[in-house]
Design a protein around this ligand. Structure first.
Ligand code: ADP
Ligand code: MG
Length: 695
């Protein structure tokens, strides 16, 4: 299987090169792993009336030619044949090879026609179909595999069919050459096809059950290797990086917990805090992901964790993705900790130089216990006396590289707690953060009334204004959010400012006070406006997505999202989470244009139908795919060939469970039945660029 592809019968030097350049197929094994992306059922004939359901796909038809015309002259010359079955007619068209086709086609004879139908002026046609007299069709074949090809490959005769010929040729000679690598117990447990049979069936299936079983087997294998990799990373992490031991809960935690928390913790918050506590005293460095829906109270868990640090004479840091959020965290935490003798400081891009000097000095001396800030925390000048714990809020904005930077602030890496802004689907958490431990807050604080979400078109704006007036009359506050997308930034600012003016006209001073916050304002002006709104001095906050994450004004009960179709699902959910934080009934209004794409409609419907961030995350994964959600940086860790993380959740869980079982029973895979798996794992790890840096 490691033979260069040239040596496969029917390939040779020229095609071999093309396969290598165009499809990355170097060895025979690579061709075997060049999977069909679709299958056509060649035993099935479609009726012409059924064509609308098959647009864009290749279909097989059975019928007779009733007429034949040559149309046009010179370069625009084409041959057109009228083709008819019991349900209707369509045109077959040829621009090339006209003479040859003309000789072949005989009116009145039954033909099989195969090709991709397109609709033109409400009638159907197929350009350059495959056409075979029905009497001479070989009926032996069930499914035909369809492969991706390129122009260059097609020129070398390697269109889908050409590739199929090669893979079938390969499949006919692999018998005995694809040893099984999975232990028997796993094969039995999941009733998997053997490795050899899976590779045969995926290229040459007899029916769709073959395809399914073959795909399951191959997906399971790739997922198992990935999960073994992640567990190995995790184990190596644990073995290599001993962590600071936070021996006791400490007096700060105890005092705060018993006397100063303004509410009862939810059970989920308690459970998660315990999980973190256990990590912090384990002697190993913590690497934990804290998941929870918007408003589930992650900040408080972060604060409790940091108090464990303070109580054990360690400093803690909390890093937020935006200045506004850092300020907000700082205020909340400073207020909560006021009764305690804990010094909390804030560091952002706009911290004054003189303040910085003092801050850096006090940090190095250990006089600041908790430092809250933005990316500014990563600057080399920021030196701690003994940084014991770093909390990273709203993870998706930070890359893996930034996480690593924080580690280097100490001799020993501090404990790391990563908090997500909105939930990530379970399958993604298992694959992208499979090297982290995961805690989930699956419960919202009591007394939250669900947010009612409505979708309105522009024409209903007056109704929206009425609702705003009603809420404001009740003493509540309103957010109006405008999109700000880099590519159309100038237009977006224009829309925002125009919107602001329109609202100012409909909501005139002095009865109504309006704040505005956007990215082109100076940080101190932004902070001032935010503060006015937070203090309930203004009724309406007009803003861009700077308020997307974390901002907390419990009195706000109405969120209006302008051009909502331009936002992704998790962003919409995050924005909506800005309301429903007090005990009042809250609303979220999605304003969109009349014309919505299918996907846009799906997003609006999803938002209207559920408040559950975990459900929304699943839909988001289906719509966008894992790469878009996690960012390319992180999707580079994986290259799943066949698995679709949006649909193969069960397989991911099964593979993770099997990987865990294997590592528990046989951590070094030394048992006889795991030998071939071990070899496969080694070569798999070698093919991964990241691995060398980790191990
Ligand atoms: P998120 O998980 O989105 O970061 P926050 O930590 O900002 O959520 O918490 C949202 C709000 O819920 C805050 O106002 C916080 O004070 C409040 N809160 C947190 N935990 C509880 C609780 N156990 N009971 C009542 N309110 C809580
Ligand atoms: Mg938060």
């Amino acid at each position: 299987m490691h033979t260069p592809i040239e040596y496969l019968k029917g390939v040779g030097a020229e095609r071999g090169n093309a396969l290598r350049m165009e499809a990355g197929i170097d060895k025979m094994w690579d061709l075997l792993n060049y999977f069909p992306f679709r299958y056509v059922d060649r035993s099935r004939y479609i009726k012409i009336v059924e064509l609308p359901a098959y647009e864009g796909q290749s279909v097989q038809l059975k019928g007779v030619i009733t007429g034949l015309h040559e149309i046009g002259t010179g370069r625009s010359k084409r041959l057109q044949a009228r083709f008819q079955d019991s349900s209707g007619t369509l045109d077959l068209v040829w621009f090339k090879g006209i003479k040859w086709i003309k000789d072949k086609i005989k009116p009145g004879v039954l033909f099989r026609v195969y090709g991709k139908p397109t609709q033109f002026n409400s009638s159907w046609n197929i350009a350059h179909p495959e056409i075979t007299p029905f009497a001479s069709v070989e009926h032996e074949k069930g499914l035909q595999a369809v492969y991706n090809s390129t122009d260059k490959l097609t020129k070398k005769g390697l269109h889908s069919k050409g590739i199929e010929k090669l893979t079938l040729q390969l499949v006919s000679i692999i018998h005995g050459k694809i040893p099984e690598i999975l232990p028997k117990s796993i094969i039995h447990q999941y009733n998997l096809l053997s490795r050899e049979e899976a590779y045969q069936r995926i290229h040459a299936p007899r029916h769709f059950q073959d395809v399914e079983k073959a795909q399951i087997r191959i997906k399971f294998e790739e997922l198992l290797l990935l999960q073994l990799e992640l567990l190995l990373r995790k184990n190596i992490n644990i073995q290599k990086t001993s962590g600071y031991i936070f021996e006791k809960t400490g007096s700060f935690f105890d005092d705060f917990y018993s006397h100063h928390i303004p509410f009862e913790l939810t059970n989920a918050q308690k459970r998660v805090t315990k999980e973190i506590r256990k990590d912090l005293r384990s002697g190993h460095q913590m690497n934990r992901l804290l998941q929870g829906d918007v408003g589930s109270g992650k900040t408080l868990v972060a604060l409790l964790s940091m108090l464990f640090g303070v109580g054990n004479d360690f400093q803690s840091a909390l890093m937020a993705p935006t200045e506004i959020l850092a300020q907000q965290h700082f205020k909340t935490i400073e207020k909560l900790l006021a009764p305690l003798n804990v010094r909390v400081a804030l560091l952002t891009g706009s911290t004054k130089k003189s303040e910085r000097e003092t801050l850096f000095h006090d940090l190095a001396e250990g006089k600041v216990h908790i430092l809250i800030g933005t990316h500014a925390l990563l600057e080399p000048k920021v030196q701690f006396k003994n940084l014991g714990l770093v909390v990273i809020d709203e993870q998706h904005r930070f890359g893996v590289a930034q996480r690593a930077k924080l580690w280097r602030k100490n001799k020993k890496p501090p404990h790391i707690l990563v908090m997500t802004a909105t939930p990530i689907p379970r399958t993604l958490a298992m694959t992208f953060y499979g090297d982290l431990d995961v805690s989930v807050i699956d419960e919202l604080p009591p007394g939250r009334k669900p947010i009612t979400t409505l979708h309105f078109f522009e024409q209903s704006r007056l109704k929206v204004f009425e609702l705003m007036k009603k809420e404001i009359a009740l003493g509540r506050q309103v957010y109006i959010v405008y999109p700000l997308i880099q590519e159309s930034e100038t237009m977006d600012y224009k829309n925002l400012l125009e919107g602001y003016e329109a609202i100012s006209r409909s909501f005139p001073r002095p009865d109504y006070q309006i704040s505005i916050v956007h990215g082109q304002m100076k940080p101190e002006d932004k902070a001032f406006e935010m503060d006015q709104f937070a203090k309930e001095n203004t009724h309406i906050m007009v803003a861009t997505t700077v308020i997307e994450v974390g901002v907390n004004v419990p009195n706000a009960s109405l969120m209006i999202i302008e051009s909502a179709e331009r936002f992704g699902l998790s962003q919409l959910h995050q924005l909506r989470g800005r309301v429903g934080r007090g005990a009042d009934k809250s609303y979220c209004i999605l304003m969109t244009g009349e014309k919505l794409s299918q996907e846009g409609k799906r997003r609006m419907q999803t938002m209207v139908s559920t408040n559950d961030g975990f459900k929304i995350a699943e839909v988001d994964l289906e719509i966008r795919g894992p790469g878009d959600i996690m960012g390319t940086q992180q999707s580079g860790i994986m290259n799943l060939k066949l698995t679709n993380l949006a649909r193969d959740g069960q397989l991911v869980s099964a593979a993770r469970q099997s990987a865990k079982d294997l590592m528990t029973k046989d951590p070094l895979l030394n048992q006889v039945e795991n030998q071939l798996l071990k070899i496969a794992l080694k070569s798999y790890l070698k093919s991964k660029p990241n691995w060398s840096k980790i191990s």
